[in-house]
Design a protein around this ligand. Structure first.
Ligand code: CMC
Length: 393
């Protein structure tokens, strides 16, 4: 294969050294900075995890208060940025809005261009974490034709997000504690996952010394695809299409048929070949949300998903290929129960993953081995040939 190692999809290439997230795909282990995901998901707050991912250790009480206040301080977006939203078609996909609006932040914060100054890098990271929920909720409000809701900084991160999503100028929405807890857990579970496609995109973009807002916009674009973060939306579309347990066998057959492009969405993972520990935790949250939120105790989609999982896990095709439910198999059902529309699911993922993206970007910018990412290729085109004028071709 010539001078270079050929590794399509980078299944055997480590692109960097990183001290942030540890995964053992065969054993189903996921740790952030050494802490098991199960402990963080059950006990930590999302901002605590954000601090951990960014700075390497859990914060002391004092550090936490300072970090929390800093993030609250940056939740607003400029009024001129707000007017950006009006340029989008009313039915624009919110992920399309996110790519554009987040990318535009560098035009508002010129210090973000000064990427060689660590303090400016840190401020950009804080701004991104703080403003993502505001921008995400604004993209939703644009879709539903409602007024933009300002952040309310006495609320915590997850409450504030729900407030901006569901309050309107005539009526204040009081978030259900079950919903706040579920969002907190989901955000923690989605916060980082080492060198996945979108994080690698952020790193590769940043390796040219591009500004952090542009890099995160590139990450959002990569996340949107249905093989990656777009899977949570695709799972719900799939469950709706299947519609009923009686149709499961038909769709399992379609998923196994190599001539049919249909794949079981929310199933399979590049790294987890045993189970995805996030899926186990999310299934539990799903039970909790459906049992405790009014009107959701009898959720046919959840029943369908549980049955679909069971059928697939007993099927030789899925067993042989080690295909298990991944993080996105149940997340959409939870979001739907919380009243979040399908088109916003991947946006929710983007809000949470922003923490991982900025942590990786900051780690890379501090790395003494840091250099521009520049993969090579195996050329498969025509050999040298001479130009022939058009009238002679
Ligand atoms: N349904 C049916 N067959 C599948 C599926 C699926 N969901 N996933 C993998 N396979 C088959 C695939 O056809 C291949 O079969 P064969 O060996 O006969 O050719 C084998 O399993 C290995 O798959 P692969 O495509 O080589 O695996 P990959 O590591 O390149 O892809 C994946 C991983 C996640 C893109 C893939 O499993 C998939 O498309 N899953 C559905 C989309 C999804 O749920 N994505 C979310 C990933 S987790 C959230 C995130 O971090 O973004």
């Amino acid at each position: 294969t010539g001078m270079f190692t050929y590794d399509p999809g980078f299944v055997a290439t480590a692109s960097c050294r990183s001290a942030i997230t540890y995964i053992d795909g065969d054993k189903g282990i996921l740790r952030y900075r050494g802490y098991p995901i199960e402990q963080l998901a059950k006990e930590a707050s999302f901002l605590e995890v954000a601090y951990l991912l960014m700075y390497g250790d859990l914060p002391s009480a004092e550090e936490m208060t300072k970090f929390d206040n800093t993030i609250r301080h940056h939740t607003m977006i400029k009024e001129t940025l707000k007017s950006f939203f009006d340029g989008f078609q009313y039915d624009a996909h919110p992920m399309g809005i996110m790519v554009g609006v987040v990318g535009s932040l560098s035009a508002f914060y010129h210090d973000s261009l000064d990427i060689n100054n660590p303090r400016h890098r840190e401020i950009s990271a804080h701004r991104l974490i703080a403003k993502m929920p505001t921008i995400a909720a604004a993209s939703y409000k644009h879709n539903v034709g409602e007024a933009f809701i300002y952040p309310q900084n006495d609320l915590d991160y997850c409450e504030n997000f729900l407030h901006m999503m569901f309050s309107n100028p005539c009526e204040e929405y009081t978030p259900d504690p079950v919903a706040v807890k579920a969002i907190n857990t989901l955000f923690i579970l989605h916060a980082d996952h080492e060198q996945n496609a979108s994080t690698s995109t952020v790193r590769l973009s940043g390796s040219s010394q591009a500004n952090p807002f542009a890099c995160i916009a590139a990450g959002i674009a990569s996340l949107w695809g249905p093989s990656h973060g777009g899977a949570n939306e695709a799972v719900l579309d799939m469950l709706n299409e299947i519609g009923d347990v009686s149709q499961i066998d038909k769709y399992i057959a379609k998923a196994k048929d190599k001539d049919d492009p249909f794949r079981l969405m929310g199933f399979g993972h590049r790294v987890y070949k045993n189970f995805d520990p996030r899926a186990t935790l999310i299934r539990e949250v799903c039970h909790e949300v459906l049992a405790n939120m009014k009107g959701n105790d009898d959720n046919p989609l959840f029943e369908l998903a549980l049955r679909l999982e069971q059928v697939a896990l007993e099927d030789e095709y899925f067993v042989e290929r080690k295909l298990y439910p991944n993080v996105d198999f149940y997340s959409g059902i939870i979001y739907q129960a919380l009243g979040i529309p399908t088109s916003m699911f991947t946006v929710m993922f983007a809000v949470a993953r922003t923490v991982g993206w900025v942590a990786h970007w900051m780690e890379m910018m501090d790395d003494p081995e840091f250099r521009i990412g520049r993969p090579r290729q195996l050329y498969t085109g025509a050999p040298m040939r001479d130009y022939v004028p058009v009238d002679k071709r």
